[in-house]
Ligand binder design. Structure first.
Ligand code: HEC
Ligand code: HEC
Length: 385
């Protein structure tokens, strides 16, 4: 690892990035073309070494979310006050031990199923609660929605009916099937002052190519690029440990799913074993819920939320597995507007464990020609104007 440049993931608690930058970070890592796993790419990954490098970066966001705080809490060497990813701090050693423990609990007590995760105990706290407070026992119950990994019930409508209603609401299957490409420009609003003010470009070609670029005006600031060319995918975000990295794990299946769902008539081919779950209340609205398994090698599933009044898809959440718990990534859709007879969302929020982008699209176009290199490696995609 060199020490000249520093990069770090924009963690769940993005506000803390600045405080890490001011203490200094050492190390920039480049992923070689023959390297797929965290064990191959990094110097000191001992337990989670078989996790693919893309999933490992998301998994670090999962750990951060579970115990609260930010990356530096486990990675800052108290002696030098510098963030050194490979250095073993006491808290990192504890987290490594806990990763072994979580896998052992699932193996020994839950038949190898992913049941217990860091979140099961920590829920965003460094130290989990182990005693009920009596105020809570006799007070208002703390109602959290189900995790949605459970099975369906007979009394619920067929998933196909909910999806058909959505397709009808946005223009009908025949019209949707005729859309070959979607292109758009827009602006990113960012999150807590981070990542805002970017210029957005979206390119998508049926059945499964997609790339989203966010360019920032500030000089020297790298763009955010997520691209998938129908076979391979990449992520590049400013301030991450790796700069650009290729996708091999559940992020790859996720990138394909995002691309396929850009053409909504493909829901039934992108997801298998569709099932309807009980309605869920999100932000005071009851939504219809359909879940399905994501086509791909990584044992992922996705949950779609529809507004029962308008029929529109308002949220899609995909859940990638990891040895220490499921990793959620969400897309929120709103501001549906008509484009040549079909309704497409013009406000898209992308939310994952390593950051969040809110995109406002304008000038959405159907059927425009797209150069295939737009779906390639981010550094190349970024250089195209
Ligand atoms: C709760 C503690 C914890 C937090 C928070 C945390 N990590 Fe880690 N990190 C670990 C552990 C443990 C390992 C080693 C895993 C192993 O040995 O299997 C590790 C390893 C790494 C490595 C590999 C370093 C090397 O060269 O060996 C990188 C890079 C990394 N983390 C980045 C991050 C980033 C970026 C964040 C914030 C999104 C983060 N970590 C948050 C505990 C943490
Ligand atoms: C079965 C419940 C449980 C699970 C699951 C669990 N933890 Fe913990 N963890 C605890 C408890 C309890 C403590 C506090 C121990 C203490 O006070 O000595 C703790 C402490 C920690 C600490 C030290 C906090 C400090 O005081 O500095 C870290 C870091 C940590 N856990 C990370 C993780 C990670 C990462 C995972 C998932 C891989 C995880 N834990 C899963 C129960 C759990």
């Amino acid at each position: 690892m060199g020490t000249t440049t520093f990069r770090l993931i924009a963690a769940a608690a993005v506000v803390h990035v600045v405080s890490i930058a001011t203490v200094g970070v050492s190390g920039q890592v480049k992923v070689g073309s023959d390297q797929r796993t965290a064990g191959q790419v990094f110097d000191n990954v001992q337990v989670l070494k078989d996790v693919t490098v893309d999933d490992f970066m998301t998994l670090m966001g999962l750990m951060t979310a579970a115990v609260g705080g930010d990356c530096a809490d486990c990675h800052k060497d108290a002696g030098t006050n510098v963030v050194d990813w490979a250095f073993d701090t006491p808290r990192k050693i504890k987290a490594r031990e806990m990763s072994i423990m979580v896998q052992a609990i699932n193996r020994d007590h839950f038949g190898g199923q992913q049941v217990i995760s860091c979140w099961s105990c920590h829920k965003g706290r460094t130290r989990p609660l182990s005693t009920p407070t009596l105020d809570q026992v006799y007070g208002e119950p703390d109602l959290l929605p189900e995790d949605l990994v459970y099975t369906s019930a007979d009394y619920l409508p067929e998933p196909g009916a909910i999806i058909d209603r959505y397709l009808e609401a946005i223009g009908g299957e025949a019209r949707l099937k005729a859309v070959t490409t979607i292109t758009a420009t827009g602006t990113s609003l960012g999150f807590r002052g981070f990542g805002g003010g970017g210029k957005v470009e979206l390119y998508a070609r049926r059945p499964d190519q997609r790339s989203m670029i966010i360019r920032y005006e500030a000089a020297g600031r790298d763009a955010t690029v997520r691209s998938y060319n129908g076979e391979r995918g990449w992520i590049k975000t400013p301030l991450n440990v790796l700069g650009e990295y290729p996708l091999y794990g559940s992020e790859l299946d996720g990138a394909r799913l995002d691309a396929m769902l850009t053409f909504p008539d493909q829901i039934k081919t992108a997801l298998r074993r569709l099932r309807t779950l009980d309605q869920q209340e999100i932000n005071g609205e009851w939504l219809d819920v359909v879940q399905g398994d994501v086509v791909g090698a990584n044992n992922m599933f996705a949950t779609l939320f529809f507004d029962p009044e308008t029929g529109l898809l308002v949220r899609a959440v995909r859940h990638g597995p990891s040895p220490i718990g499921r990793m959620p990534t969400a897309m929120h859709f709103s501001d549906y507007r008509d484009v040549d007879g079909i309704k497409l969302p013009h406000d898209v929020r992308f939310v994952w464990l390593d950051g969040r982008d809110e995109i406002k699209l304008d000038r959405v176009q159907l059927g425009a020609a797209i150069d295939p290199s737009r779906f390639g490696r981010p550094t190349e995609v970024e250089s195209l104007r």
